[in-house]
Write a protein that binds this ligand. Structure first.
Ligand code: PFF
Length: 468
């Protein structure tokens, strides 16, 4: 069955696939808005600090666990702890988390497809009205798009690690980067763009408080696809001839650069076309911003480039976001699939079919959560707010649990596998790791500072969301 697992064809293949996972809505929308609202360059400095000193070691630990065991998260935790029940449970959490994230991320990706189709058929003006989003997410025709998207995704995943995931990333990631750069250059040539750049980049340390620091770390963690079991699984497809520390660094740099560039695109666009933008309206919610605010920004471009021109720019942008979402979605759905292949000892084809059925079972109620079904729309309530099934899944698995999974990875690597075990994997393909500053830092921090910080972020998020 080992042949079923597959492997990336090269270091570049791994870097592109991992960057494909990391680059998503978090980079293109959440990061620019968070940075501009929270002190611009001051936020960026804190963010870079967290990427380097907290996230980078956790990324290396996740990838090492996967490559050492050649397994999915359940298999990796289980094998490295000699079948210890508690640690197996931690592995299960690292499967359940991506499984559930895929549920609501699929729904968001369906909305993106509908927006692209609407703009392409002249609907940019309609999408800019206040009622548009609420109307679109309650359309029963969503199901037709859902089926189409699921068929596309599972078809890609049937192609396996090299022929499916890696091939998709090899095509889409360079395309995405080129589109992003071209669109940014275009926006920067417009009058008023400078105000946006100023708003984005001038450092303002007075905005800094604990919640900003907390937000920066959560965003960094989320943006690198940590705590989702993805890097454990991708590590299991990574060749033992390659250097983990260096490849991981490349992924982190690619992810951060795209987030930074997206800021250079979005903020100048907002200010160039609506100089009176009320910055309080810039919600940090990616969903609200993409689907409600951005169509208005694109529409306001019509004075400069006409309605068709504005629609073309909007289509390019939404296609960019769609590519980013698709590569992230494929990466996350692969995690349960790899688990079914390893643990149930079934072929990739059967595992893909099994996952397609399971995902559909959950994605349908999530799709019905925004107005189609009364039951799923008003599913529960906590923190003083009524929540839909979609909100519940998103709050628990997207907003809350990731730092906790990261915490378990750190504690596991530091105290169960032990830093000596981790080191034995990190020097494979990288003899220079032995005795390096990086090794000394990881040996010290992975069992101390990093898990403490992650636990604090987890506790603070829980108190904010559920006990507000
Ligand atoms: N790293 C992704 C982002 O920044 O948007 C997070 C992500 C979300 C990865 C959803 C995978 C996924 F399915």
């Amino acid at each position: 069955m080992a042949g079923e697992r597959g492997q990336f064809s090269s270091k570049l293949g791994f870097i592109l696939a991992a960057a494909g996972s990391a680059v998503g809505l978090g980079n293109l929308v959440a990061f620019p808005v968070m940075a501009s609202k929270n002190g611009g360059a001051a936020f960026l400095i804190i963010y870079l600090f967290f990427i380097a000193f907290i996230c980078y070691p956790v990324m290396m630990a996740e990838i090492s666990m996967g490559r050492h065991t050649n397994r999915n998260p359940v298999g990796a935790f289980s094998q490295l702890s000699d079948g210890h029940k508690g640690w197996r449970l931690a592995g299960m959490l690292a499967i359940l988390t991506p499984f559930m994230i895929a549920v609501f991320y699929t729904v968001i990706t369906v909305w993106l497809v509908i927006y692209i189709k609407e703009i392409a058929t002249g609907g940019l003006e309609m999408l800019s009205t206040e009622a548009a989003f609420g109307e679109i997410v309650a359309r029963p025709s969503l199901f037709a798009y859902l089926v189409g998207l699921l068929v596309l995704i599972f078809f890609i995943l049937l192609g396996g690690v090299k022929g499916g995931i890696e091939r998709l990333a090899r095509i889409l990631m360079p395309t995405l980067a080129v589109m992003l750069v071209l669109l940014t250059l275009f926006v920067l040539t417009l009058d008023g763009a400078v105000a946006g750049i100023r708003y984005y980049l001038v450092p303002d340390f007075s905005q800094m408080d604990l919640s900003v620091v907390n937000g920066a770390l959560s965003q960094a963690f989320f943006s690198l696809s940590l705590g989702m079991g993805i890097l454990i699984t991708y590590g299991s497809y990574f060749s033992r001839e390659n250097n983990i520390a260096q490849s991981t660094r490349m992924v982190a740099i690619a992810d951060t650069s795209i987030a930074f560039f997206a800021g250079l695109l979005i903020l100048p666009a907002i200010f160039a076309f609506d100089p009176n933008t009320n910055t309080d309206d810039l919600s940090t919610s990616s969903v609200g911003l993409i689907f409600s605010f951005l169509p208005q920004i694109f529409l306001s471009m019509q004075a400069a480039v006409g309605y068709v021109g504005a629609s073309i720019v909007a289509i390019v942008f939404f296609t960019l976001v769609f590519f980013a979402a698709l590569t992230s979605l494929v990466s996350i759905i692969e995690i349960p699939i790899s688990c079914w292949i390893d643990e149930l000892k079934i072929s990739r084809k059967r595992a893909v079919i099994l996952q397609a059925i399971l995902l559909t079972l959950f994605a349908v109620p999530a799709t019905m959560s925004l107005g189609i079904s009364e039951f799923f729309t008003n599913f529960t309530s906590y923190g003083g707010v009524t929540k839909s099934f979609f909100d519940l899944v998103s709050d628990v698995f997207y907003e809350t649990i990731l730092p906790f999974v990261g915490f378990t990875v750190c504690i596991f690597c530091a105290y169960r596998w032990k830093v000596s075990g981790l080191k034995s994997e990190l020097i494979v393909g990288d003899p220079g790791y032995d005795g390096s500053f990086l090794e000394k830092y990881i040996n010290f921090a992975l069992g101390t500072v990093i898990p403490v910080v992650l636990l604090l972020v987890f506790i603070s998020t829980v108190s904010q969301i559920y006990f507000a």
